[in-house]
Design a protein around this ligand. Structure first.
Ligand code: ADP
Length: 574
């Protein structure tokens, strides 16, 4: 019954090499291949398969088979077995012990059906299935089928038990390693998704062992250059800045303090990139500690706060401009009020000069209007920011509003001539109206603001053209424009004009303003389904355009793209 050619006892050196090799690897597939090579040397005539457990799904999956190229083995070795099936492998798992069939031709043996269908062919005479347990952890099964009756001696049983125990331990270690790696990968994926930059610095070497791509982006470095670099390499001397709002402490200070055992919370610091650019950042850093509480490294979380800093600077500037803008009319009002007091109750009482009284009260009324106008703008700004601005969209006559605004502004200047142009409208017809859907109060303020700007930014005076016509490229919209021949706008300023608090840097400081008018216009016009844009040449003048939905059109929300509008208008040579 025995066939001595079925089993070859390994030399002690070969055994040692096998044990070392499987423990040296953390790759389950490599471990399986080493094991199958070894077992194939023990049982040259056997077909072998190593299955690995998947405890979460309670299945065994084929890891490797020998002979690999054997079509029969490839076809017959099923890829997955459930723990709960009646297969030989599931049984070894449940019974916690190897199962062996010494002679399949023995009619007294009842075989498990899956073995018969899956692994057995006419030449199969015996088989053995060994569960791979490492303590309480089930790692898989080793299955061998033989074309001969299985010779099981005590020595072979011992050898199999020892070798499969090593195999189970090696697979268990690989399993743990995989789990740790998987956890690492997950954590890194989370860190990679964060909007903040993350940098981990090692205490011993002072080198950066981990950084996410946001950190690299803020520091202006390539990720692979950043990881592995030492902290002092990334530190640059910080020269004092003129802007008192800008932080001066280098970002590395937060890391150095954390490496010293201190937790750093919300420290404003500066990153100085290789090209000299300064990026203000908000840093929090915390020490990483080893088992004995010693600091092994530091983790830094930081974010780019350029936008906040710019806004803060602009806000400060705005408040200083705003108080100046409000103070000017206030001073005038106080002056005229004093005049009125003197001519009514003061030393000039009794010499009442009606013309002077009229003049003073007129000035007071103009200045009060100016103050009210400024306050309204500030109120709109705050309502817009809080998304609380309510517009009352009704049909209004754009032409009528424009005429009113022009009439009142014409009285404020002697050096400018305001002209109304009604190109394609039947302006001769009595009672011409251009009905648009808009908020009357805000529309009047928008037109007022654009015409006032045209006057303000043409200090030499000149013609200011106010135009209204059907939109050349959209039958649903009216077009309004204000054209001046004043200072014009530099090409580099054009993209920023409609940004909150923006004022052209080259502007003469004598021309006062808050830098919120155009921002408000853009927001308000868009809320009214319109568009605003500008064309300008520095030194020659500017034209600001508005498009507004006409009342008559049922699709008053359909706006032609501004680029198309602008192209069309440019072609017409405005
Ligand atoms: P303000 O006039 O109070 O500064 P605006 O928001 O109305 O604020 O305008 C923003 C900036 O756009 C101005 O500071 C100026 O630089 C530029 N600007 C606006 N209108 C004109 C114009 N007609 N000509 C030249 N520059 C203009």
């Amino acid at each position: 019954m025995h066939s001595s050619s079925s089993f070859k006892s390994p030399s002690p050196e070969r055994l040692t090499r096998f044990v070392h090799a499987i423990h040296a690897s953390l790759d389950p597939l490599q471990i399986a291949q080493i094991a199958l090579t070894f077992f194939q040397e023990l049982f040259p005539s056997a077909a072998l398969a190593l299955y690995r457990s998947d405890p979460a799904r309670r299945v065994l999956r084929l890891l490797a088979a020998y002979p690999e190229t054997d079509a029969h083995a490839a076809q017959c070795a099923p890829l997955v077995f459930s723990y709960d099936e009646s297969s030989l492998m599931a049984r070894t798992f449940r019974e916690h012990a190897p199962l062996l069939v010494t002679d399949l031709s023995d009619p007294g043996l009842v075989m498990a059906a899956p073995l018969e269908t899956c692994f057995r062919d006419e030449s199969t005479r015996g088989c053995i299935c060994v569960p791979l347990w490492c303590g309480p952890s089930f790692e898989g099964c080793l299955l061998a089928t033989f074309p001969t009756c299985l010779p099981i001696t005590e020595g072979l049983a011992h050898l199999l038990r020892d070798c499969t125990l090593h195999l189970a331990t090696a697979l268990y270690t690989a399993h743990l390693h995989e789990a740790v790696e998987e956890e690492h990968t997950r954590q890194r994926a989370v860190l990679e998704q964060l909007p903040e930059g993350i940098v981990i610095t090692e205490a011993v070497s002072g080198s950066i062992s981990y950084a996410n791509s946001v950190a690299a982006q803020i520091l202006g470095m390539r990720l692979h250059d950043l990881i592995g670099s030492t902290l002092h390499v990334s530190t640059q001397a910080s020269t004092p800045l003129s802007d008192p709002l800008w932080p001066r402490v280098p970002w590395t200070f937060a890391v150095i303090r954390a490496l010293g055992g201190e937790a750093v919370n919300q420290l404003e610091a500066v990153v100085i990139r290789a090209n000299g650019a300064r990026i203000p950042v908000l840093c929090s850093a915390t020490p990483l500690r080893g088992g004995q509480g010693q600091v092994t490294g530091a983790i830094l979380v930081f974010q780019d706060i350029t936008t906040q800093k710019n806004l803060e600077a602009q806000k400060n500037l705005f408040f200083s401009f705003a108080s100046h803008e409000l103070r000017t009319p206030l001073t005038a009002i106080m002056g005229y009020a004093e005049v009125l007091q003197q001519v009514t109750t003061g030393e000039y009482a009794g010499q009442l000069d009606l013309e002077m009284v009229h003049l003073a009260s007129q000035h007071i009324s103009v200045q009060t209007e100016q103050m009210a106008y400024l306050l309204d703008e500030m109120l709109d700004l705050s309502h817009l920011d809080q998304k609380q601005l309510a517009l009352r969209l009704i049909p209004v006559d754009l032409l009528d509003i424009a005429r009113h605004v022009m009439e009142s502004l014409a009285t404020t200047t002697h050096r400018h001539q305001l002209h109304l142009v009604l190109d394609r409208w039947d302006s001769k017809a009595a009672g011409t109206q251009v009905m648009v859907v808009a908020d009357r109060v805000h529309l009047a303020r928008i037109l007022n603001n654009l015409i006032q700007n045209a006057i303000k930014y043409s200090p030499e005076g000149g013609n200011v053209e106010v135009g209204i016509e059907r939109h050349p490229s959209s039958s649903t919209h009216a077009l309004f424009w204000v054209k001046d021949h004043g200072l014009g706008i530099a090409q580099s300023d054009l993209p920023h004009l409609f940004t909150k608090f923006y004022r052209a840097p080259s502007l003469d400081s004598a021309i006062s303003g808050l830098g919120i008018g155009l921002y408000l216009i853009k927001q308000l016009i868009e809320l009214q389904a319109g568009q605003v844009w500008v064309e300008s040449t520095e030194g020659q003048g500017s034209t600001f355009f508005l498009s507004l939905p006409l009342m008559s059109d049922p699709k008053s929300n359909g706006i032609a793209p501004p680029s198309a509008m602008q192209q069309k208008i440019s072609r017409r040579g405005r």
